[in-house]
Design a protein around this ligand. Structure first.
Ligand code: TYM
Length: 339
C-alpha cells in the first residue's frame, strides 16, 4: 500500500480540509506501518501558481501549511512530507503525460470551469493542465490509494484514465509503467459546506473569512463564526429526512456529528425540537475543544522557520529517490534517450 495525497498551500487550513482529508491522512499514517506500506503527503505549490498569486505570500503559506499539517498529527519522520517545487520529477512527469492526456478529457473537468468562470480566455494554461500535474503527483510514486474529499474525485478518475492509456500505448500488460490509484473518500464529511451558503463548499478561495473555520482561528473567532453562520428559523428535526432542503442545517449537523464521532441521526436525537440558539453554542464549544490543541501546536511550530525548511528538505530528499525509478521508466517507455 502506498498512500499519496496533496494540499495547495494557498491559505489557511480550514475545517473542510481537516475533516474531508487531513484527519484521514493522520489515521492512515498511524495504521499503515502495520500493513507494511508508506505515506507521502505534499504541498501542491506548483498547482498554486495556476491562479494569480503573490510570491511572498505563497512562500509563507507553504511554511505555514507544513506547521499546520504537523500540528494536525502528520509526523515527518514516519510520513514523507515535502513540497512539489523541491521534487522536479513532478513537473517532468507532467510533461511526459501531456502527450497522453486528451483535450476532451480536460475540457470536462468541472474545477477548470468553476475557477475560470466567465474568463476562460484569460485563464492560465496551468489551470487547464492542472489535473495532468495532479495525475503525475500520484502516478510518480505508484500510489495505490489517494485520500481526498469529494471535490477531487473527478481529478482522480482522470489520473486513472491517463495511467491506463499510457500503459496501453507504451507498456505491456505484464509490466505496466503506472499503478492505477484508488481514491479514498470519507463517507462522512466528504463535503463540508460554507457557513454562509450551504450549497457552496467551504473553500480557501471564498472572499469571506466568515464562510469558513480556519484551524488558526482562536476560540472567540470560532464562536463568533458559528453564531453568525447562516441557518433557517425552523427547529432541528428528529430525523435525518427532516434535513432535506435545509442545506445549512444539514451542514452544521454533519460537522457536529463528524467532530463528535457519531452520526447525524444521533445528533438529531439529542437536539430534536431545539432551535439554533441552543445548537450553535454546543457546536461552537465542540469545535473549540477539538481545534484548540491543534491551534496551540500550530502557533508554536510556525515560529521556527529553519525547522520547517528542514522538514521540507528532508521530505524532498526521500521523495526524489522514490520518484526516480518511475520517472526513468516513463522516459524509456516513450522512447526518450537518457544517456
Ligand atoms: P485542496 O488544497 O483544495 O484541498 C486539500 C484536501 O481537502 C479536501 N477539501 C475538502 N473536503 C471536504 N469539504 C471541503 N469543503 C473541502 N475542501 C477541500 C480536498 O478534497 C483535498 O483532499 N488539487 C488538490 C491538491 C492536489 C492533490 C494532488 C490531491 C494536488 N495534487 C494529488 C491529491 C492527490 C487541491 O487543490 O486540494
Amino acid at each position: 500500500m502506498r498512500i499519496v495525497s496533496g494540499i495547495q498551500p494557498t491559505g489557511n487550513l480550514h475545517l473542510g480540509n481537516y475533516l474531508g482529508a487531513i484527519r484521514n491522512w493522520v489515521s492512515m499514517q498511524d495504521s499503515i506501518e502495520e500493513q507494511g506500506g508508506e505515506c507521502l503527503f505534499f504541498l501542491a505549490d506548483l498547482h498554486a501558481i495556476s491562479m494569480p498569486h503573490e510570491p511572498a505570500v505563497l512562500a509563507s503559506n507553504t511554511r505555514e501549511m507544513v506547521a499546520a499539517l504537523v500540528a494536525c498529527g502528520i509526523d515527518p519522520d514516519r510520513s514523507t512530507l515535502f513540497n512539489q517545487a523541491q521534487v522536479p520529477a513532478h513537473a517532468e512527469l507532467q510533461w511526459l503525460l501531456n502527450g497522453t492526456a486528451r483535450m476532451g478529457w480536460l475540457n470536462r473537468m468541472t474545477q477548470f470551469k468553476d475557477k475560470s468562470g466567465k474568463n476562460r480566455e484569460g485563464a492560465s494554461i496551468a489551470l487547464f493542465t492542472y489535473p495532468v500535474l495532479q495525475a503525475a503527483d500520484v502516478l510518480l510514486y505508484q500510489a495505490t490509494h489517494v485520500p481526498v474529499g469529494e471535490d477531487q474525485k473527478q481529478h482522480l478518475e482522470l489520473a486513472r484514465d491517463i495511467a491506463q492509456k499510457f500503459n496501453n500505448d507504451f507498456a505491456s500488460e505484464e509490466a505496466p509503467v503506472f499503478t492505477l490509484p484508488d481514491p479514498i473518500i470519507p463517507t462522512e464529511a466528504a463535503r463540508i459546506m460554507s457557513l454562509r451558503d450551504g450549497t457552496a463548499k467551504m473553500s480557501k478561495s471564498d472572499p469571506s473569512d466568515m464562510s469558513r473555520i480556519n484551524l488558526t482561528d482562536d476560540a472567540d473567532t470560532i464562536m463568533q463564526k458559528v453564531k453568525k453562520a447562516k441557518t433557517d428559523p425552523e427547529p432541528l428535526p428528529s430525523e435525518v429526512a427532516g434535513l432535506a432542503g435545509r442545506a445549512e442545517a444539514a451542514n452544521l449537523v454533519g460537522i457536529y456529528a463528524t467532530l463528535a464521532g457519531t452520526t447525524p441521526a444521533d445528533v438529531l436525537r439529542d437536539f430534536a425540537g431545539q432551535g439554533f440558539g441552543a445548537f450553535k453554542p454546543a457546536l461552537g464549544e465542540l469545535l473549540v475543544a477539538k481545534l484548540a490543541p491543534i491551534n496551540a501546536r500550530f502557533v508554536e511550530l510556525r515560529q521556527d522557520r529553519a525547522a520547517l525548511d528542514a522538514i521540507l528538505r528532508q521530505g524532498a530528499q526521500k521523495a526524489r529517490a522514490l520518484a526516480q525509478p518511475t520517472l526513468e521508466a516513463a522516459y524509456t517507455a516513450l522512447g526518450l534517450v537518457r544517456g
